[in-house]
Design a protein around this ligand. Structure first.
Ligand SMILES: [Zn+2]
Ligand SMILES: [Zn+2]
Length: 336
């Protein structure tokens, strides 16, 4: 019997590490070479000597890191030599610039997915299936209950909710993550002709990120900062804000309003009730259960390792399907 070859990715105290390439993927402690899958807070940390990342995500990473950070953007699909490995980044369909990491060494290929989704999203390049021997997949929503409705249907629901509130003369405050989700909503709403060019008001935490998407050529509804100066009266307006703004004094300017949260977590009724919003819209930038299964199969991998969230149920299911499967411990949250 052949000995099991050395793994191309292992877990260390600093993060996922590739021994033959001598680099880390999304490390949570400072390292020499960090390959970054995307700029969400649980994946992009300060203090690394150099950051290798996909070019479309470079402006976002630059906005979230100190000015002195050493960024090395590479194009999707272009291979780079790191140590004894060949490394390339491939679209993950999660947010602008999100990438899967393909590592090739001595005839073997491992892929680290980062966060990904399979639903269409106009704000970023679509997920690209990459064949491999071992696939390290996220598992944020890896329970059969998580199945996403079609995006168009969710956007129609949001538009209808806004229209009803406008008719009632109150503001609509839609909470969503500041990076990725907010821009996806603005881009999807821009497709609904009836809304015309009515500006959407943004919390300050979303302004710069939204401008980066606009500069990258992503079509979005017009936006204005949700400051007292921009509008005295928010009746009938749609406002996007990060969940951290809920209950803050910043909210007072909107007076009577309806609140909603836009997230994959809204698929579960108990979660909607717990969070106390008036409405919940099910829109996620992660793969749902069927998309996780589809992607694991498409990878052609014999072995699937899981990060984030609900690894247990998916591990069990994959083993029943003939995969080797296990969990990889990371502090990646399922928050985004
Ligand atoms: Zn993410
Ligand atoms: Zn994540």
């Amino acid at each position: 019997m052949q000995a099991e070859p050395e793994p191309l990715v292992v877990t260390t105290g600093r993060g996922l590490y590739c021994p033959p390439g001598d680099f880390y993927i999304d490390p949570w402690q400072p390292v020499q070479t960090a390959v970054i899958t995307h700029a969400h807070g649980d994946h992009l940390h300060q203090g690394n000597a150099r950051y290798i990342l996909a070019r479309p995500g470079a402006a976002i990473a630059a906005a979230r890191l100190p000015q002195t950070a050493n960024l090395l953007p590479i194009d999707y699909g272009t291979a780079l030599t790191l140590g004894a490995t060949r490394v390339s980044l491939h679209p993950a369909g999660h947010i602008l610039g999100s990438a899967q990491v393909r590592i090739e060494h001595a005839g073997r290929v491992w892929v680290v997915s980062g966060d990904y989704k399979r639903q269409p999203d106009r704000t970023c390049a679509a997920f690209e299936p990459v064949g491999c021997d071992v696939f390290i997949s996220e598992a944020t929503f890896a329970l059969p209950v998580y199945r996403w409705p079609p995006t168009g249907q969710v956007i129609e629901e949001i538009a209808r909710w806004w229209r009803i509130n406008r008719d009632r003369g109150i503001a609509s405050v839609l909470f969503c993550y500041a990076l990725g989700k907010a821009q996806r909503i603005l881009s999807e709403l821009a497709e609904l002709a009836e809304l015309g060019a009515e500006p959407v008001h943004l919390h300050g935490a979303m302004l710069r990120l939204t401008q980066i998407y606009r500069d990258a050529g992503v079509p979005l509804l017009p936006t204005l900062p949700a400051t007292i100066e921009s509008r005295q009266d928010y009746r009938g307006a749609l406002i996007l804000a990060p969940p951290s703004a809920a209950g803050s004094s910043w909210m007072r300017r909107f007076g009577e309003h309806s609140s909603a949260f836009c997230s994959g977590w809204m698929r579960v009724r108990a979660e909607r009730r717990r969070r106390g919003y008036d409405r919940g819209f099910v829109l996620s930038d992660h793969a749902d259960w069927p998309a996780l299964l589809q992607t694991c199969r498409q990878s052609g991998a014999r072995r699937v390792l899981l990060t984030h969230g609900h690894a247990d149920a998916l591990t069990r299911f994959l083993c029943e399907q003939g995969f080797e499967s296990g969990a990889v411990a990371t502090p990646f949250g399922g928050a985004d």
